[in-house]
Design a protein around this ligand. Structure first.
Ligand code: CMC
Length: 393
């Protein structure tokens, strides 16, 4: 049946060529199209990073303006799409809603289903980047029983997102620029991360020729798991469960105990074996946001800082090279901004959409692209013959 390498979890399998994102896990380096994540997080903005990931270069003034205009033009969703939300139970997890509603976009934008047309591929990319904040905010508003808030195209991407989540009809709402900046930075930090589980899922789904909305819905489903994007929600739940600094040693002990399935959420990474550069920027942003909001001595932040300190001195974590990852501090910021934990992974999905769609486009445009078809090591029964029901023991 042919020869292949058995590689569970694809720890040593390169599945594609890519020019988008580079990671040097041993040295904690993350580059998008060559630019270090720290520089992008500090000096750029999310729209620029979206342009960079999609087009390969940072935009000039004119290109940036045109791109922003294009994205804002697509921020509305078809009015009928709001009926989808009403079909979900009020207490549905917003990620469940995201999987369904984003997949359903394929039922609305038939022109974008023509994946052979480069222009349509770009329009589909713009639609997804523009509509994800609207859909994510609708999922939130639905869960709290408030009316949907329409996008405001005079606001920038992050401001508009905060507006759609936190504005209520008939009441003035002003977005705090420091909070909007932090939101924008969180989006940058999540924009792409080469061939992680959800991106590989998007590529694999797309390799069969599936439409971009269906592929992104597949990516959202993959991201939801606690080992991947669901970790930000799990971190906050873990910090709440720990509850007090005094209980940290007990949880660290449990994380090391192989008979206990508990892991320190927000710790460890398949590729980073030094530190996750996104986590450092996230920690700084966390301090800025809490300061802006006047939150002093946040108990969860205190626990997080102490947990990091204790774990980084512990032989188990040092030996296994387990460091805080991007999800470790993001939840504390999102909670301070006012998002419930159930929205954390939704925000990750929103921000990662540009990475997913850039990778999808790159794959479609790659002449060596083939349908993804991993092999398996069969360990089941050898050939045997059918036994009629009456003769089975
Ligand atoms: N707490 C305790 N032990 C851990 C942890 C942890 N968080 N992470 C890994 N280990 C141990 C693991 O038990 C294993 O030990 P041993 O070699 O004795 O069997 C060793 O470290 C290697 O772990 P692995 O599971 O084989 O490594 P992996 O590359 O397959 O998994 C990971 C990477 C991120 C899934 C894992 O570190 C983990 O489950 N972390 C917690 C969840 C998390 O924070 N996920 C977010 C990842 S970053 C953002 C994203 O991808 O979305």
């Amino acid at each position: 049946t042919g020869c292949f390498t058995y590689d569970p979890g694809f720890t040593s399998t390169g599945s594609c060529e890519s020019k988008i994102t580079y990671i040097d896990g041993d040295n904690g380096i993350l580059l998008h199209r060559g630019y270090p994540i720290e520089e992008l997080a500090e000096h750029s903005d999310y729209m620029e990073v979206c342009y960079l990931l999609l087009h390969g270069e940072l935009p000039n003034h004119e290109q940036k303006q045109k791109f922003e205009l294009t994205i804002t033009r697509h921020t509305m969703v078809h009015e009928q799409l709001s009926n989808f939300f009403r079909g979900f139970r009020r207490d549905a997890h917003p990620m469940a809603i995201m999987c369904g509603v984003v997949g359903a976009l394929s039922a609305f934008y038939h022109d974008s289903l023509d994946i052979e047309d480069p222009q349509q591929r770009m329009i589909a990319s713009h639609r997804l980047i523009a509509k994800m904040p609207t859909i994510a905010a609708m999922a939130y508003k639905y869960s709290i029983g408030q009316p949907f808030i329409y996008p405001r195209n005079d606001l920038d991407y992050a401001e508009n997102f905060l507006h759609m989540n936190f504005a209520v009809p008939c009441e003035p709402y002003k977005v705090d620029p420091v909070i909007a900046k932090a939101m924008d930075r969180i989006f940058i930090l999540h924009a792409d991360h080469e061939q992680n589980a959800s991106t590989s899922t998007v590529r694999l789904a797309g390799s069969s020729g599936a439409n971009p909305f269906a592929c992104i819905a597949a990516g959202i489903a993959s991201l939801w798991g606690p080992a991947h994007g669901g970790a930000n929600e799990a971190v906050l739940e873990m910090l709440q469960e720990i509850g007090h600094k005094d209980r940290i040693p007990e949880f660290v002990r449990r994380a090391k105990d192989k008979s206990d399935s508990f892991r320190l959420m927000g710790f460890g990474h398949r590729v980073y074996k030094n530190y996750d550069p996104r986590a450092k920027v996230m920690q700084r942003t966390c301090n800025e946001v809490l300061q802006t909001l006047g939150i002093k001595d946040d108990p969860l932040l205190e626990i997080a800082v102490e947990l990091e300190r204790i774990a980084l001195q512990d032989e188990y974590f040092v030996e296994k090279k387990l460091y805080p990852n991007v999800d470790f501090y993001s939840g504390i910021i999102l909670k301070a901004i006012g998002f419930p934990t159930s929205m954390f992974t939704v925000l990750f999905a929103l921000a990662r959409t540009v990475g997913w769609i850039s990778q999808w486009k790159e794959m479609i445009e790659d002449p060596v692209q083939k349908i993804g078809r991993p092999r398996q090591l069969y360990t089941g029964a050898t050939m045997r013959h059918y036994v009629p029901l009456d003769e089975r023991g």
